[in-house]
Design a protein around this ligand. Structure first.
Ligand SMILES: Cc1ncc(C[n+]2csc(CCOP(=O)(O)OP(=O)(O)O)c2C)c(N)n1
Ligand SMILES: CC(=O)[C@@H](O)[C@H](O)COP(=O)(O)O
Ligand SMILES: [Mg+2]
Length: 616
């Protein structure tokens, strides 16, 4: 006898075109909706890449938020924003997920251009409470106190100092009550550490005997509701409605699981599939092997350095694995410090470490160091302390968009007196320059490299006055100065130019700050010098080099090729570099548009009898 097939219920998710549809959904369908959203997340994100673990952990939480609050009249601010996919799914953007993080596609973070349900676009952590404080005070001042403000902040983001600056203000008065939804999954990438994590653990396990007992938030003037099961929609809804009734600053402590409902994420010890590339949805594993990255080259060299230099220690801001310090931490567990998402503290703590005679290596993504510029300038450089900063994700990163592109460090760090900034072009130079940096006393050093495969070594023909000469040609009248990996694009461009009868010298300065004066001597031997860098033009290497080379002969001209003075959108790194004119073809076009290059072509074609002045 054949079993009667159970009729498959029609899917719910397609009928959710916005929060109003969600609010009309019968409660008994909420669990089914959550399950469909999880299936949607795994299916789409496994194809595009993105933040799978964090979003699987906030499915029910986000459903409850949009059932209780009236976005966009009420404002829901997501801290860091990497966990806003469910919010996007519920606010009319399901169709966009096929192009998630692709060029011109859906951003992986909130985007006001996409929806008026979105508020904060910056993916730097620990900002939501401050945005919320300002929003609430602004609404109160503008007679819009009916508009509620909700900040969704992770336990990791809560380790960031800005959160405590905001909490100090949020609890101070009830004129502009903010509802803080703490999404506590106990992790950043790895388990969240420090005293706050201990306190939250106490609160998580406090249900019953400790409920209502004073806690950190009470002491700062906020009410506290929780712990709440963040995967129980009715329970979260009830807590949020209670928070509204309190009408005072309040923390709703939701306990969630990162990667909830998807085995490969729940069991991923590293980071619960925090950020994945294209993966097999059945296993969560990468669909294709990836070539060695700059990070892996750094990681390997750091372990070797750790063996040779017992005074070298490492500091990370909750990104032990992403910045390549995992191996170092396994080999030297007492010499690595994870301070949480607290880059400002990381830098000044490193200054303290250096004051004891140690040599700290602070590994951080380039754009996140922006947050700790004053600490670098005043707490490290002013004191001439030997701290080495290793800036991963420097230059265009790609799918994470404008707040993740590390496009400012060549400008910012060049402003720091006494700091030496290296830009390795290949794995061997990374190792060499890192060892020079950690051997440097009397001031800070920094290295920067992109989110990319490290590529093959690019050997130098010779090294002269601190500059690596990568290519020379008889009577070359064009000089290409390539920063870091872009030296490779300059070599390709030189070969293309040679086919047009224009010979070019290619050099790698190795150090972007201070600028080597010998480069100006080289430029004086050429009619046209083009500098190429993965950084904005303002204050970048090229601008500073041109400024430093004012004494060049009148016939010698300097052109700079760099990123625009703008926030670069998300998209593939290679395509964004080409759009900025930083690929070989674009460099050739830049050279050809300069009349000096045409002169070079004519002279090369007819010969001008001038002897080759060696670039030595
Ligand atoms: C200033 C800054 N430092 C580091 C990061 C990298 N980062 C992105 S998400 C994340 C962990 C966030 O943990 P949590 O706030 O608990 O959110 P969850 O992923 O657990 O939902 C980190 C460290 C960042 N975005 N901003
Ligand atoms: C949200 C965040 O800041 C990081 O998770 C970011 O996505 C970096 O990802 P990568 O480590 O893949 O560059
Ligand atoms: Mg967390």
């Amino acid at each position: 006898m054949t079993a009667t097939p159970v009729p498959r219920l029609p899917p719910i998710l397609p009928g959710i075109t916005g929060p109003a549809d969600l609010r009309e959904l019968p409660r008994e369908q909420l669990a089914g909706l959550a399950e469909e959203i999880r299936g949607f997340l795994v299916d789409r994100v496994s194809r595009t890449g993105g933040h799978l673990g964090p979003n699987l952990g906030v499915v029910e939480l986000t459903i409850a938020l949009h059932r209780v609050f009236r976005s966009p009249v009420d404002r829901i601010v997501f801290d860091t924003g990497h966990q806003a996919y469910v919010h996007k799914i519920l606010t009319g953007r399901q169709a966009g997920f096929d192009e998630l993080r692709q060029a011109h596609g859906l951003s992986g973070y909130p985007s006001r251009a996409e929806s008026d349900h979105d508020t904060a676009e910056n993916s730097h952590a620990s900002t939501a409470l401050s945005y919320a404080d300002g929003l609430a005070r602004g609404f109160a001042l503008r007679g819009q106190s009916h508009r509620r403000v909700v900040a969704v902040v992770g336990d990791g983001a809560l380790t960031g100092g800005m959160c405590w600056e905001a909490l100090n203000n949020l609890g101070a008065d009830t004129a502009a009550p903010v509802i803080v939804v703490l999404n506590d999954n106990g992790r950043s990438y790895g388990p969240t550490g420090g005293g706050l994590a201990h306190h939250l653990t106490e609160l998580r396990h406090a249900a019953g005997h400790r409920r209502g007992r004073p806690n950190l938030f009470h002491d700062l003037g906020l009410a506290y509701l929780g712990p709440v099961d963040g995967h129980d929609v009715p329970a979260v809804e009830q807590a949020l409605r209670q928070a509204i009734r309190l009408n005072c600053p309040v923390v709703v402590h939701c306990v969630t699981r990162k990667g909830k409902g998807y085995g490969p994420a729940e069991t991923d010890e590293a980071d619960c599939l925090h950020a994945v590339g294209v993966v097999d949805p059945r296993t969560g594993r990468p669909a294709a092997p990836s070539p060695p990255t700059w990070t892996s080259v750094f990681a390997e060299e750091m372990v070797d350095i750790g063996r040779r230099r017992p005074d070298v220690v490492a500091v990370t801001a909750a990104m032990l694995r992403p910045t390549g310090l995992w191996g170092f931490s396994r080999a030297f567990p007492d010499r690595v410090f994870d301070v949480g998402i607290a880059e400002q503290h990381a830098v000044t703590s490193a200054a303290g470490l250096a004051m004891t005679g140690l040599h700290p290596v602070v590994a951080v993504y380039a754009s996140f160091l922006n947050r700790a510029f004053d600490q670098l300038l005043m707490d490290v450089a002013l004191h001439r302390l030997p701290v080495t900063f290793v800036l991963d994700r420097a230059g265009i990163t790609g799918p994470d968009g404008p707040s993740h592109h590390g496009t400012w460090d060549l400008s910012l760090l060049a402003a720091v007196p006494g700091l030496r900034l290296a830009v390795p072009r290949d794995p061997t130079r990374l190792k060499d320059l890192l060892n020079i940096a950690i051997a440097t006393e009397g001031g800070p050093t920094a290295l920067r490299f992109p989110k990319a495969s490290a590529g093959p070594d690019i050997p130098a023909l010779h090294h002269v006055e601190g500059v690596d000469v990568l290519r020379t040609a008889p009577d070359a009248r064009v000089l290409l100065i390539g920063l870091g990996p872009l030296a490779g694009a300059c070599l390709e461009a030189a070969d293309l130019l040679a086919r047009r009868g224009i010979e070019a010298t290619v050099v790698d300065p190795l150090w972007a700050a201070p600028i080597n004066p010998h480069l100006s001597l080289l430029a004086a031997q050429h009619d046209l010098t083009v500098t190429v860098e993965d950084n904005i033009e303002t204050g970048g290497f090229g601008t500073r080099f041109a400024h430093q080379s004012t004494s060049l002969p009148s016939r010698s001209r300097v052109r700079t090729v760099s990123l625009p003075h703008a926030f670069v959108p998300h998209g593939p790194r290679k395509a964004l570099l080409a759009q900025a004119g930083l690929d070989a073809g674009s460099i050739v076009r830049t050279v050809l548009t300069c009349p000096e290059s045409q002169g070079a072509a004519q002279r090369t074609a007819h010969g001008n009898g001038r002897s080759l002045r060696s670039v030595r």
